[in-house]
Design a protein around this ligand. Structure first.
Ligand code: ZN
Length: 148
């Protein structure tokens, strides 16, 4: 009589889980939501529970190796500090913006308003260069955003 395989979840260290999540984000063409990270990990042969992914993403965001894209409720692996994001409403291409003067000016204005900022999010929704060309060629409409 053949032995039945029992399901045993693989115990992984925090570091291993972080490496899997980071790898999924780096290989993705666009930012991924937590469930999409979980699906990508499963396709790569590493099953991760959604809660494991959420907790891991939280740690990676705190550490600055992952950035949360608020407009998309998704995450982006990034290896440098950024001051803002430009997000294409058509293809979801993202450009990380380096504009320290913008962030500094915003924080000064917030301070002048006697407001204490806990978090600053600078995200610009628009069209990337490729989608602008496609729009000019009539390949995409000028209508509203499909999802953002
Ligand atoms: Zn685009």
């Amino acid at each position: 009589m053949p032995r039945r395989e029992s399901y045993r979840p693989t115990r992984r260290s925090r570091g291993e889980i972080e490496a899997i999540v980071l790898s999924c984000l780096k290989q993705a063409a666009a930012p991924l939501g937590a469930y999409e990270v979980s699906e990508a990990a499963a396709k790569a042969g590493s099953n991760l529970a959604a809660m494991q992914v959420y907790r891991t993403l939280g740690r990676l965001v705190e550490r600055g190796t992952v950035h949360r894209v608020e407009s998309l409720s998704a995450y982006l692996a990034i290896d440098r500090p950024i001051d803002g994001l430009a997000i294409c409403r058509m293809c979801r291409n993202i450009e990380a913006l380096a504009a320290p003067e913008l962030k500094r000016g915003l924080l000064e204005a917030i301070s002048s308003a006697q407001f204490r900022a806990h978090r600053t999010v600078i995200e610009v929704i628009g069209l990337c260069a490729r989608c602008q060309q496609r729009e000019q060629a009539g390949l995409i409409g000028r209508g509203g955003p499909p999802s953002i």
